[in-house]
Design a protein around this ligand. Structure first.
Ligand code: ATP
Length: 263
């Protein structure tokens, strides 16, 4: 289980007179439960990646609290990370190593024996449907093959919680479907708590048990897709998302810009 409470993060950009502060996250709170897939849905720049980087202990929050299975990430980062698998945007794999070697190497970094990490690579290869890839060097892998190898690597220590930042970025339709299947298996067969960020409605509708809508660095709504549809009185999830994530002025100015573009 992952709990995020009142998170905030500012960045300083530039120096001297040019300096300005960007409030990237300004009051994000959510809970992600075990055996559920939770989607962080928000427009570009909403603060999703920054939030997930803080959960992964890659960035310290200015204020707020994050707990992974009750362990405070700020106070006990190593213990929290032992219970967390992180698939970030940077999916760097070692190209000269095979998929198995990449996975085992990460297992060793987590303190696993070579034999245990290799056995886990075999299990994950079945779950992620990537057995034929295991003994191939990752050099030349397709985007989908890379993503699966990186996901297996992130899961080598069998963490109960998984966070993924825009995992379907750059994947074609078949690779996307295959990733969705893998995430469902991890939820249903292994009871994992899975959180991923996206701005793709379809992804959320097809995969998520719970949705957290983030806009302007804040949580603006939380619930199942049917609950968010009911709350907004919309039939279409895209319409529901737009009404939750954008203000009246934003919607009006966007509509005006679109009509000018057409005329
Ligand atoms: N290191 C940084 N320095 C300055 N500003 C940053 C930094 N990282 C993020 N930001 C700003 O914080 C805001 C939130 O960014 P973030 O990447 O978290 O959004 P996002 O929801 O993941 O967006 P996207 O869907 O476009 O990836 C943006 O305005 C971004 O420009």
């Amino acid at each position: 289980m992952i709990e995020v409470q009142d998170l905030a993060k500012r960045f300083q950009q530039g120096r001297g007179r040019q300096a300005r502060t960007v409030l990237a996250v300004d009051g994000v709170s959510w809970q992600a439960r075990d055996g559920r897939i939770t989607g962080l849905l928000g427009p570009n720049g909403a603060g999703k990646t920054t939030t997930l980087r803080m959960v992964a202990a890659l960035l310290p929050p200015d204020t707020g609290r994050i707990a992974v299975d009750g362990i405070d990430v700020a106070q006990q980062p190593m213990q929290a990370l032992a219970r967390l698998g992180v698939l970030s945007d940077a999916r760097g794999l070692y190209p000269r190593l095979t998929a198995r070697e990449n996975i085992v190497y990460y297992g060793r970094l987590h303190g696993m024996s070579r034999a245990a990490a290799s056995a886990r690579a075999d299990t994950l290869a079945k779950v992620l449907d990537m057995a034929p890839l295991l003994e191939r060097r990752t050099d030349g892998f397709s985007q989908g093959e890379r993503m699966k190898t990186a996901l297996a690597r992130a899961l080598v220590h069998n963490p109960p919680n998984i966070i993924l930042d825009e995992p379907t970025n750059g994947l074609d339709v078949l690779a996307t479907r295959s990733l969705r299947e893998a995430l469902r298996r991890l939820r249903d067969d292994e009871g994992k708590c899975i959180v991923f960020s996206t701005h793709i409605m379809q992804e959320v509708e097809r995969l998520c048990d719970e949705v957290v809508v983030i806009a302007h660095g804040r949580t603006v709504a939380e619930g199942t897709v049917p609950a968010l549809l009911a709350r907004t009185g919309e039939k279409d999830f895209e319409e529901a998302f737009v009404s939750l994530a954008f203000s009246e002025e934003e919607r009006t100015s966007q509509a005006l810009a679109a009509s000018r573009g057409l005329s």
